[in-house]
Design a protein around this ligand. Structure first.
Ligand SMILES: [Zn+2]
Ligand SMILES: [Zn+2]
Length: 338
C-alpha cells in the first residue's frame, strides 16, 4: 500500500510503498476512502509543537474508510462498516477524565497521525473502540473534514454555552472556521466571521454569517465594537495576535474559546488581567471532541444541517497540498481521496 510518511521534520513527506498492516487484538483494519488535511498534520510534519511525534510516522486524523478486517476480540465492528479515524486514537477508559466524559483529556491517550500512524495511507489499523461509525447518507468526502474540523468546532461551540441571540465571533474561516460559523448559527448565535481573505468571508456569508470583518482591511476590534462587542469569540487562527484581538472584542461576561494551536516559536498570547477581572471574562481551551461529539456531528450532517466545503486531492500531491494550506488562500478543506 502507499503511505505519505514524515521521515524528518525538515524534509517533504515521502510517498512510500509499505506492507498492509495486520489488525492486532482490539483493532480494525480500515481501507481508506478519504482523509482530510488538517493544520495539525502540518505542525506534526514540521515538529512545531512542544511534544513532538517521532519520525518516521504517517500523519492523518480525518480518515474515513471501510473496515476490511477485524482483530481478535473485536465485537463492536464488522467487515464492511464505514468508520472514521479521529485524533483521539485511544484513551485509557478508566482515568478520572475518561470516566467523566472527557476522554479527550486522558493523559494516556494516543493520537492518530501523531503518536500512532494515521490515515495518510491506503490502509490503517485503529482501535475498534475509538473509531466512530459514519452513518448512511454521509458522504465519506464530507465525513473526513467533520472528523476533526467538524468535531473540534462543534465542541468549541458547546463549551461556550451560547444562548440564542448571543453574538459569536469566529476568527479564521478555514477548514475549522467554516464549520464553526454553521454550529454557532445552529445554537442561535448572531455570527461575526473574521478573516483576512475576502473570498473566505464571502463563503462565511453563504454559510449564514450575519456580519463579516476583514481584519487586514480594518481594525477588527473597532469593527466588532461598533457592532456592540462579542459574547463569545472562537479562535481557529494560529497567530497569538489574533487571540489578543478576539479577547479585546469581547463585551462584559464574554468567553474566549481557544482552539487554534500556533507553532511554539510564535510565543504566548498576553492576557491583560484588568479587563479579564473587570469584564468577567472566561478563557476556555477546547481540544477536539469525544466520540459522542463526533457521532452528533455526523447526525447533524445526515439531517442536512451542515455543509462541508472541500476540494479533493490525490495523496501523491500531499506536499503541494501542504503548501496550499500554508498559503492561507485555500477555501476550506483539502481532502485526499483514495
Ligand atoms: Zn485536526
Ligand atoms: Zn483515560
Amino acid at each position: 500500500m502507499r503511505a505519505a510518511v514524515v521521515t524528518d521534520f525538515t524534509a517533504p513527506l515521502e510517498i512510500q510503498e509499505r506492507a498492509v498492516p495486520e489488525p492486532g487484538p482490539g483493532q480494525v483494519l480500515v481501507r481508506m476512502e478519504a482523509c482530510g488535511l488538517c493544520h495539525t498534520d502540518i505542525h506534526a510534519a514540521h515538529g512545531d509543537w512542544p511534544v513532538k511525534p517521532a519520525p518516521p510516522f504517517v500523519p492523518g486524523h480525518e480518515g474515513v474508510g471501510i473496515v476490511e478486517k477485524v482483530g481478535s476480540g473485536v465485537t463492536n465492528r464488522q467487515v464492511g462498516d464505514r468508520v472514521a479515524i479521529a485524533w483521539l486514537g485511544h484513551a485509557c477508559g478508566h482515568c478520572r477524565a475518561c470516566v467523566r466524559g472527557w476522554e479527550t483529556l486522558c493523559e494516556e491517550q494516543q493520537n492518530s497521525g501523531y503518536s500512532i500512524d494515521g490515515a495518510f495511507a491506503e490502509y490503517a489499523v485503529a482501535d475498534a473502540d475509538y473509531v466512530v461509525a459514519v452513518p448512511e447518507g454521509v458522504d465519506p468526502t464530507d465525513a473526513a473534514p467533520l472528523t476533526c474540523a467538524g468535531v473540534t468546532t462543534y465542541k468549541a461551540i458547546k463549551v461556550a454555552h451560547i444562548e440564542p441571540s448571543e453574538r459569536v465571533g469566529i476568527f479564521g474561516v478555514g477548514g475549522l472556521g467554516h464549520l464553526a460559523v454553521q454550529y454557532a448559527r445552529l445554537v442561535g448565535g448572531e455570527v461575526v466571521a473574521v478573516d483576512v481573505e475576502d473570498e473566505k468571508l464571502e463563503l462565511a456569508t453563504q454559510l449564514g454569517a450575519d456580519h463579516t470583518v476583514n481584519a487586514r482591511a480594518t481594525d477588527p476590534v473597532a469593527a466588532i465594537e461598533a457592532l456592540g462587542g462579542l459574547d463569545v469569540a472562537v479562535v481557529t487562527a494560529v497567530i497569538p495576535q489574533v487571540f489578543e484581538q478576539a479577547f479585546a472584542s469581547l463585551r462584559r461576561g464574554g468567553r474566549l474559546v481557544c482552539v487554534g494551536l500556533p507553532p511554539e516559536s510564535e510565543g504566548p498570547m498576553s492576557l491583560p488581567i484588568f479587563p479579564t477581572v473587570l469584564k468577567g471574562i472566561s478563557v476556555i481551551g477546547s481540544i477536539v471532541g469525544t466520540r459522542e461529539d463526533l457521532a452528533e456531528v455526523f447526525a447533524l450532517h445526515a439531517l442536512g444541517r451542515t455543509r462541508v466545503v472541500s476540494q479533493t486531492r490525490k495523496l501523491d500531491e500531499v506536499n503541494e497540498a501542504i503548501d496550499e494550506v500554508l498559503s492561507g488562500k485555500t477555501p476550506a478543506r483539502l481532502v485526499f481521496q483514495f
